[in-house]
Design a protein around this ligand. Structure first.
Ligand code: NDP
Length: 295
């Protein structure tokens, strides 16, 4: 059976390190990092994420500011709010919760955030910096995956990595990070031919597809490391009528029989995403104040 990579425990450790650094910043320099989260509309999943981000931001000693705007907020109003946050010296990180309602241009909104405060790493400047191997704000979910891989393997140099999914928020930045760590990287997607064979040659599989339990155990090379980014809610009649449960994009039971290591869902990638958001906010705060950012 595969070793379980405990993202929940690892994330708690990262948040503890962030909290220590925040306490030091306050003691030595009187600085308190601040994170502003902007939520437009009432998407239930987004509301849950924003609530838990706010709670953990406060727990590590940072200021958490939430702006909840109605679903029909005009684009100008949202852009004015972002301009205010860009100019606010007490706010070091700005996160606009995606997806935005259809009438808003997500690219325009994200690119209006000051790149130095873009703790999600989605601004085109940060995408370019990451793509060219320069110091960037790195998207939180792939950064969390990379940290778990480095922690488990040490060096990733020369390993074959397959990323299934090519989204701008997970798949593409994940591939860039793995390339940066000298993996041989393949990005697979919905048009990939013989996906099973592509996945089978990987030492590292990162699944970011959004399809419940799509990757079965017989696609996995024995001993490979499987990172499951997917969060899918499926019916769980065994828990009672109308009940649901969370599963990933890989079929956990069959993959765990073959893999060398695997992240569970829940308790794998998810908690690391918020921990990395807090780490990015700390980094942004240090840079804004001309202080060295934590490693
Ligand atoms: P997107 O829907 O933006 O992208 C999905 C990708 O999967 C696309 O590139 C798509 O290919 C590819 N894909 C879809 N179907 C197949 C298929 N049958 N075979 C191969 N590839 C396929 O999703 P995200 O990247 O935003 O999210 C992926 C998953 O990760 C979701 O479950 C999401 O909930 C989860 N997630 C989890 C986070 C966390 O904190 N743990 C954070 C962010 C996301 P194509 O481009 O060709 O359409």
């Amino acid at each position: 059976m595969a070793q379980i990579i405990d993202g929940k425990a690892f994330a708690a450790k990262v948040r503890g390190q962030v909290a220590d650094h925040v306490a030091q910043l306050r003691a030595d320099h009187g600085i308190k990092p601040g994170l502003a989260v902007v939520l437009v509309g009432e998407d239930p999943a987004s509301q849950v994420y924003v609530k838990s981000k706010g709670k953990m931001t406060v727990e590590v000693g940072m200021t958490s500011v939430e702006h909840r705007l109605p679903a029909d907020t005009p684009e100008d109003t949202l852009l004015s709010l972002i301009a205010e946050l860009n100019a606010d010296a007490d706010i070091h990180g700005i996160l606009v919760q995606l997806p935005l309602p259809d009438h808003l241009d997500s690219d325009l909104v994200i690119n209006s955030i000051d790149p130095a405060k873009d703790v999600d790493g989605f601004h085109i400047s940060n995408v370019g910096l990451l793509g060219t191997g320069q110091d960037a704000m790195v998207p939180c979910t792939p950064l969390g995956c990379l940290m778990m891989l480095r922690d488990y393997h040490g060096s990733l140099s020369g390993m074959d990595a397959v990323v299934v999914g090519r989204s701008n928020i997970v798949g593409k930045p994940m591939a860039q990070l793995l390339l940066g760590d000298s993996c041989t990287v393949t990005i697979a997607h919905s048009r990939t031919k013989d996906l099973a064979a592509v996945v089978k040659r990987a030492d590292i599989v990162v699944a970011a597809v959004g399809r419940a339990e799509m990757v079965p155990g017989d696609w996995i090379k024995p001993g490979a490391t499987v990172i499951d980014v997917g969060i899918n809610r499926i019916p769980a009649p065994e828990k009672g009528e109308g009940k649901t449960r969370l599963v990933g994009d890989v079929h956990y039971e069959s993959c765990a029989e073959v893999a060398g290591a695997i992240t569970p869902v829940p308790g794998g990638v998810g908690p690391m995403t918020i921990a990395c958001l807090l780490a990015n906010t700390l980094t942004a705060c240090c840079r804004a104040n001309g202080l060295p950012a934590p490693e």
